[in-house]
Design a protein around this ligand. Structure first.
Ligand code: GAR
Length: 193
């Protein structure tokens, strides 16, 4: 059985989509994989309740307890490694990772970002896409490298930006696609890990 560990910081709707895919439907029949833990850097992350309700072990590694990024990442890595994951999934995990951490999980760590990378890495992606007058935006699943929101692209979904779109409306349109894209991308990757 291959273990997946998911890191979250907030609502965890992408994590929920992955858990649902892993616990039911095609995934369950075709892939010998389970979500072994959901780990958050915030105790108040909304997604933790969903994970518990779905019998997924949860853990909080609060970044505020650590004096340096290195110290936080070392504790986080220890929590992750206890689950022996084949794949580490960042799902709305809003911490910058140290190069040592990225190297440790090289080739088996993925992220989802709400833009068509390499456009608009970082924060406020939807606002920036609207302000630039883009006609499309979307979501990208990519392998994680040391540079934030970079790394080889595994798959993307594009959505239109409509006239008079608000940041919130665009974010919601993209998030709906993220929930379809991320479980599919992980299912495609898992057999090679
Ligand atoms: C998602 O839109 C995800 O793409 C984004 O945070 C949101 C998390 O939502 N991630 C990033 O911006 C990473 N750079 P969720 O907690 O409901 O899955």
């Amino acid at each position: 059985m291959k273990n997946i560990v998911i890191l979250i910081s907030g609502g965890g709707s992408n994590m929920a989509a992955i858990v649902r895919a892993a616990q039911q439907g095609d995934w369950r029949r075709t892939l010998d994989a389970q979500v072994a833990a959901v780990i958050s850097n915030r105790a108040d992350a909304g997604g933790l309740a969903f994970a518990k309700e779905h019998q997924i072990p949860t853990e909080v590694v609060d970044h505020k307890r650590f004096p340096t990024r290195e110290a936080f990442d070392a504790e986080l890595a220890a929590a992750i490694d206890r689950r022996q994951p084949s794949l580490l999934v960042l799902a709305g995990f809003m911490r910058i990772l140290t190069p040592g951490f990225v190297q440790r999980y090289e080739g088996r760590m993925v992220n989802i970002h709400p833009s068509l990378l390499p456009a608009f890495p970082g924060l406020h992606t939807h606002r920036r896409a609207i302000e630039e007058g883009c006609k499309f935006s979307g979501a990208t699943v990519h392998r994680v490298t040391a540079e934030l929101d970079h790394g080889p692209i595994l798959t993307q979904a594009a959505v239109p930006i409509l006239p008079d779109d608000t940041e919130e409306a665009l974010a919601a349109r993209i998030l709906t696609q993220e929930h379809l894209l991320y479980p599919r991308a992980i299912a495609a990757l898992l057999p090679s890990l």
